[in-house]
Write a protein that binds this ligand. Structure first.
Ligand code: B12
Ligand code: SF4
Length: 446
């Protein structure tokens, strides 16, 4: 039995798909852990914008901080989306390229794959289908966010051989032990023991994501963070930075995106020293926070540090302007927190082009007027806004409040698709949505 493992990051099937520092960090961690356990890893990234078969206009460009469009192909809509007047696409490399990649790798003993978002499971299923056609005898192991949040669906529909819930990498290695007979050497239960992700497996990226912590101390009712990661864990920042520096030594990276859910919790002991160490190691990157930061932790001192350390794109989770809603949904932010944060950021030298506040849209029991009020308030503070269409997530407290979550239709994770609910008008009408989007865009002008 060989010890070749093939790890696959599937396509995205959706109404929209934009690469905003989107890299398969979970699968890169798993790959690195398996390498430490002595397995040989091959990797196929269906979302590789730098693949030689992809039109160069899609390639990662440091001038755009590594962000950009994915190549895409229009595909037939699944039944649930039939009435939605929007194109449905498969984002990423073509199927032909995928099959070519698959055949160019050594035959694996097992395939590992996962979907990052519940309503992206179709990409994962297509990967499983192709693997089963080409290598019917190779077991497929799936896990990650889709499987953890929709375990029953994955068990019933996926055709994978092993379906693993949760984020304990020991579980994968125990299954591989059954398949290969190779005993697990280490305990990988805790984030602080994770090795640096195997970024080498990516194809010449200019931007990669990092994490200095896992989980979040807050419990917002619309978010799955605490289901995916039961506790908030952080790791020694200097060790993280040294291992990362070693891993990326021969790569041409310009930009780093933090994926931490709670990047600024304990900033002075974690994120600051992490970047300081990277600078000591000779790396001066541009930093971005696509996953929102907490306004309440952006003090003048933190803002100055973010500025001096090279942060460029800051995202802040504001979500609602209504203070009752802010409290009821978890209390991560108040409007006063946002006011203080924006003053501190401006004082530190950040400008409107650097800062975006996320505002949730399509939440049950909210009115379009409160979204427009939130956009105006952010604009008055000199902040850009990004309207995030709410995705109802199973197992979260807000799931039950969302219309239709008791129906048969909601058992299909495609029901969680945020664009679907906007264009179906489940909570907000398409007309109101378009007006609010136009307003946000107009007020974002510099
Ligand atoms: C970073 C992030 C983003 C980034 C990009 C992520 C990317 N790669 O594309 C940005 C900011 C762009 C983003 C955007 C969105 N996101 Co997001 N995002 C995240 C976040 C914070 C972290 C994901 C991550 O990489 N974590 C780090 C890795 C290490 O963890 P992991 O993937 O879970 O992997 C671990 C385990 O799951 C496991 N594992 C992973 N793979 C496998 C495979 C096997 C076989 C096994 C056994 C185990 C395993 O091992 C890993 C190590 O422990 C999560 C929240 C969270 N805390 O997870 C939300 C999250 C995934 N996002 C979410 C949402 C809703 C969105 C948006 C739709 C938001 C919006 N309304 O616009 C958009 C959609 C993006 C798009 N259309 O392109 C939801 C998903 C809900 C759902 N229905 O699935 C989450 C869960 C947040 C939430 N609201 O609760 N996101
Ligand atoms: S603060 Fe952010 S990551 Fe934490 S629970 Fe709330 S929404 Fe989720």
């Amino acid at each position: 039995m060989n010890n070749n493992i093939l790890v696959i990051n599937p396509w995205i099937y959706d109404f929209k798909g934009f690469d905003e520092w989107s890299k398969p960090l979970g699968l890169l961690y798993i790959s690195s852990i398996l390498e430490k356990e002595g397995y040989n890893i091959s990797f196929i990234n269906c979302l590789d914008r730098n693949h030689p078969d992809v039109d160069p206009k899609y390639n990662e460009d440091p001038k755009k901080y590594g962000c950009g469009k994915f190549p895409a192909e229009e595909i037939e809509k699944p039944n649930i989306f039939k009435g939605i007047k929007r194109k449905y696409k498969r984002y990423g490399i073509s199927e032909e390229t995928f099959i070519k990649e698959l055949k160019s790798k050594p035959k694996p003993t097992a395939v590992i794959a996962g979907a990052l978002i519940t309503f992206w499971y179709e990409g994962l299923f297509r990967v499983i289908e192709i693997i089963k056609e080409i290598y019917p005898d190779v077991p497929v192991i799936i896990g990650g966010i889709y499987v953890t949040l929709c375990f029953d669906h994955a068990q019933l529909k996926s055709k994978a051989d092993y379906i693993i819930k949760g984020n304990n990498p020991n579980d994968i290695i125990n299954i591989l032990e059954k398949i290969t007979g190779q005993k697990r050497k280490y305990n990988w239960e805790n984030f602080c023991d994770y090795p640096t992700p195997s970024y080498r497996l990516l194809n010449n990226p200019c931007a990669v994501p990092v994490m200095t912590s896992m989980g979040c101390p807050f419990r917002c009712v619309y978010c799955a963070s605490s289901i995916l990661n039961k506790k908030f864990q952080s790791a020694d920042p200097k060790k993280l930075a040294d291992e990362f520096s070693q891993e990326i030594e021969n790569m041409k990276l310009t930009d780093i995106a933090f994926y931490d859910d709670a990047l600024l919790v304990d900033y002075k002991r974690r994120t600051g020293p992490y970047i300081d160490r990277l600078i000591e190691n000779g790396y001066n990157f541009r930093y971005h926070t696509p996953n929102a930061m907490h306004a309440k932790y952006i003090t003048e001192e933190v803002a100055e540090s973010l500025k001096s350390h090279g942060f460029i794109s800051l995202r802040i989770g504001f979500e609602f302007i209504d203070d009752q809603m802010q409290k009821k949904t978890g209390g991560k932010t108040t409007t006063q927190d946002l006011i203080n944060a924006s003053k501190a950021l401006y004082k530190a030298g950040f400008k409107k082009e650097n800062i975006k506040a996320y505002i949730l849209i399509g939440i049950p029991n909210t009115q379009p007027e409160s979204v427009s009020e939130a956009i105006k308030a952010c604009c008055d503070l000199g902040l850009q806004t990004h309207l995030s269409e709410y995705s109802p997530i199973p197992l979260t407290p807000m799931w039950k409040e969302f219309p239709g979550t008791d129906t048969e239709e909601s058992k299909d994770p495609l029901f969680h698709n945020n664009t679907y609910h906007i264009f179906k008008g489940t909570v907000i009408s398409e007309d109101d949505y378009n007006k609010l989007k136009t307003m946000s865009r107009a007020m974002n002008k510099l």
